[in-house]
Write a protein of this length. Structure first.
Length: 255
């Protein structure tokens, strides 16, 4: 969904408020009997996919142990792209609308801000930008994916307490400041890995990909350049929204 807003010195064009519920899946959940029939019918394919996912995760952990540190971000990016491919994301289109005046050698913005639809936004954005992520508490401690996110210096936030949110805000400011250092003036040793951008889902929640909720200020507190990103799932038979209203899960794609 593309929206253009024109603004001049006298008037401002405001987008109309959406009447759709951003927390409701757009496609109905299949009937219980249909879901169970699909499980029986596609069980061999599901087992194969599950084994491939496990193989990719184990391979990534081994690669992170034996390969030099400067290659770790590339390993994580390739791993997430391979995981998406196994789950059926064979092609991910990127519509880059950044100014053509930016050269390929220009440093990336230290913060990437995106809408949040469901699980797979993180995987696709990490494989595209190679960025760390602000994730909910517990994700960094998961046995396989947690290791991949730790390589990217991701930040865990406990949204259930004020102290947890304050700690995450402080960590975000430090993390972004480290990523925005002028590396021409402060060269990085050849054996070290480059700082990577930080992905922030500024809505603070998931919402359907045809809506957008208000942004929270955390991503903008460092007062540094931000790369906006919009994630959509066009031409898909599956509704990838996952949130308080239900929606897509890993089980949905496995079957």
């Amino acid at each position: 969904m593309d929206t253009n807003t024109e603004t001049d010195t006298d008037t401002a064009v405001l987008l109309p408020r959406s009447t759709q519920n951003p927390f409701q899946p757009r496609t109905p959940d299949p009937h219980y009997v249909i879901k169970r029939l699909k499980i029986l019918l596609f069980l061999p394919l599901t087992l194969l996919r599950s084994l491939l996912l496990l193989f990719l995760l184990l391979t990534a952990r081994l690669a992170l142990q034996v390969l030099p540190e400067r290659t770790h971000v590339s390993v994580v990016r390739v791993t997430f792209r391979a995981l998406l491919f196994v789950l059926g994301f064979y092609h991910i289109s990127v519509d880059d609308r950044r100014s053509r005046s930016l050269s390929s050698s220009s440093p990336p913005a230290p913060v990437v801000v995106s809408n949040h639809v469901g699980y797979f936004d993180v995987w696709s954005l990490v494989s595209t930008f190679g960025c760390g992520v602000v994730v909910s508490g517990g994700v960094l401690n998961s046995p396989f994916l947690g290791t991949l996110f730790q390589v990217l210096n991701s930040i865990s936030v406990d949204r259930g307490s004020q102290s947890g949110r304050d700690h995450a805000r402080t960590a975000l400011l430090r993390r972004v400041a480290a990523s925005s250092v002028d590396h021409h003036s402060h060269p990085i040793p050849a054996h070290a890995s480059l700082p990577v951008p930080l992905l922030v889902f500024a809505e603070g929640c998931t919402s359907a990909d045809d809506t957008l909720c208000g942004f929270r200020p955390g991503a903008f507190l460092p007062m540094l350049p931000v790369q906006p990103v919009c994630v959509t799932y066009p031409d898909c038979s599956v509704d990838f929204y996952h949130g308080r209203g239900g929606g897509c899960t890993l089980e949905t794609l496995l079957y």
